[in-house]
Write a new protein. Structure first.
Length: 142
C-alpha cells in the first residue's frame, strides 16, 4: 500500500517535469451518477503522483509548485489525454456525451495549448468537458 504524504513537495520544476514525462502522475475518475436511473453519466478527473520513495502524493502538495513553474498545463493535458486513450468504458464515454469535470487553475484558461487540447479531445471523443476553477483561486481572490 502507498503511504499518504500530504506535506509540501518542494521538488523543482525539472523533477516535476521529469515526473510528468515518466508518467508518475496517475488519473483517477470519481464517477458522477444520475440519481434517477443510477447510470454513470460522467466523472471528476483527479490526479495523484505515484513516487517510488514517497508513495502517493496528493495534488495539494504539488499543484502550486507546478503552477509557479509554468508546467501545470503539461500535467493537465497529459492526464486528460491519458484518460481518453485508456478509458475502458462500456461504450467509450457511453455514447451519450460523457461529462468529464476537470479542476483547473485560472491561469490555464489563458493557455492556448491547453484550450486547443481540450477542444480537440472533446470533439474527437464525444466528450463534454466541464472546467472547474480550483478552490484556491477563490481563497486568494475571494
Amino acid at each position: 500500500m502507498f503511504n499518504d504524504i500530504r506535506g509540501d513537495v518542494t521538488s523543482g520544476s525539472d523533477s516535476l517535469l521529469q515526473a510528468i514525462q515518466k508518467r508518475e502522475f496517475k488519473p483517477y475518475i470519481q464517477p458522477i451518477v444520475c440519481a434517477s436511473n443510477h447510470k454513470i453519466i460522467g466523472g471528476e478527473l483527479l490526479v495523484r503522483w505515484h513516487t517510488s520513495d514517497r508513495g502517493v502524493i496528493y495534488p495539494d502538495s504539488f499543484i502550486d509548485n507546478m503552477e509557479k513553474a509554468g508546467i501545470l498545463s503539461e500535467l493537465t493535458c497529459s492526464i486528460i489525454n491519458e484518460v481518453v486513450v485508456n478509458f475502458d468504458g462500456e461504450n467509450k464515454f457511453n455514447g451519450e456525451g460523457f461529462i468529464l469535470h476537470v479542476n483547473v487553475a485560472p491561469s490555464l484558461l489563458h493557455n492556448k495549448k491547453f484550450i486547443s487540447t481540450c477542444i480537440r479531445v472533446a470533439k474527437k471523443n464525444n466528450l463534454s468537458l466541464v472546467l472547474e476553477l480550483t478552490e484556491q483561486y477563490f481563497f486568494y481572490h475571494g
